[in-house]
Design a binder for this molecule. Sequence first.
Ligand SMILES: [Mg+2]
Length: 186
Amino acid sequence: MRLGIDLDGVVADFDNGWMSRYRTEFGADPRMSHAEPGAPEIVWNGLHHGTHFPDMDAFWEWVHRIRLFRHLDPIPGALEALTTIANDGHEIVILTAKPDRAVPDTLYWIADHQLPTREIHFIHDKHRVACDAYLDDSPFVVPELVAHRPEATVCRMVAPWNEPVEGAIDVTDWSEFLDVVRSKVL
Ligand SMILES: [Mg+2]
């Protein structure tokens, strides 16, 4: 099978990565509802609400200036699961919507962590890349994949910033995604 795999929030831990750098650099905890009761609700592309940044442009400017995409930790279990999936004979297709200026550091990151892939797409409309199964955490991408690839198995990596999507399978970690992949093969 061809498996279309997102990076941030799925393989790379952007969530903890940026918050940890923020604490180090600014000496303050970002105020995020999933880390602190009563803090601003975390919403897609609204991370600046828990910081001193006035808007998301300023937030992303900081992310690129510190080259955060090169220094993220992998999400627990991700690299091991990808290796298992690749060893089982499946193709890992990386589908990431990151902007142009994140491309070099993302390629460094993929190399640093030796992701078992021969195919990497930097693309917003991920459904344009045909795969048998997809794994993504974006509240915009998952519904698009379900709509445009009805024949495919679409999995939502459950996160505070997304919600269930009809037609998508929820997975909470990589062992659950492995179970889905194996259930499709048998
Ligand atoms: Mg993502």
